[in-house]
Design a protein around this ligand. Sequence first.
Ligand code: ZN
Length: 312
Amino acid sequence: MSYPKKVTICDVGTRDGFQIEHKFIPTATKIEVINAIIAAGVRKLEVTSFVSPRAVPQMADAAEVYAGIDKSRGAELVCLIPNRRGAEDAAKAGVKTALLFLSASETHNLTNVNRSVQASLDGLKDVMAVANGAGMAVHGAIATSFGCPFEGDVPAERVADLAVRMRDMGMHHVSLGDTTGMATPPIVKRVVEAIRRRAPALELTLHFHNTRGLGLVNVMAGLEMGVTHFEGSIGGLGGCPFAPGATGNICTEDCVNLMHELGIETGIDLDALCAVARRVEQFLGRPLPGQVMRAGPRSKLHTIAAAKRAVG
Ligand code: ZN
C-alpha cells in the first residue's frame, strides 16, 4: 500500500466546532486560537462563517475575527458563506477564499436551508458571482455525502453529480462532509471512485465525523485512494446535531499523529497543536474528545518512578 508523501490538514474547529457553543466566545479568544493553530504549522483553516447573526450568534463577529488573524504565514483562511448577503459581508472584510455548501440529501437540504437541492444549486451561482466579483476563490462542500440521517444511504452517483456541477460552476475544490458520522471505508471508496471517474482533476477534501468511532479509519480509506486533503477540528470540537452528546468532527491532532506515524508530512508541530487543544479545553471548561492531546505522541516516554502499576 502506498500513501501520499504529503497531505494538507485543514482545521475547522473555530467554525464547525465553535458554532455549536452556546456561550459566546470572546472575539479576542477566537483570534488567539486561530493564530496559535497557524503558528503550529496548520496552513489551511476554516476560520469563521459569514452567516446571519440571528441564525448563529456565535459567528456574529466574523469580520472582526477575520481582521485579527495573522496573515503573515500565508495560511489559507476559508470562510463559510451561506448566501449573497454573506458573500457581500465577506467581500467587505477582505476574505480571499469562500466555502459554499449544500447537502447531497434532499431531506437534509430542506431541513438545513429550507430549499430543494436544485434551488440551492441555483442560489450558489448567485453567491458565486458576488464572490468571484470580489476576487475570491470559491470552494464547495457537500454535506451528508456518505449518508443522511433521514434518508439513509446517499447514492454515490448523486454525490458525484453534485461535485461535477460544482466543478462546472468554477469551484476547483470540493469537500465531502460526513455530517452525521455515517461514513464507512467501503462507502468512502465508492463515493471517491464515483467522483474520480467523472472529475479526475477535481481536488477532493474529506471531512469525517467520529460519531461512530470510524473517523480515522475513514481517513485511512481516503489515503488508500490517494486523497491528500482532510479536515479535522482542534481537540475534536463540535458535536453531532442528531445525537446529543455524540462526538462530531475528527480531531485534528489525532489525525496529524496518524499521518506522522505513517510517514506522511503535514508541516504541523504536533506538540504545539496539542498545547492549543488543551488551551481550548481550559477556556471551554469541559473535556474535549481529542486523545493525543491527553496521552501525548507515542514517542513521549515515561519514567518508571512516575508510573503506576497497571495490568491489561
Ligand atoms: Zn463537521
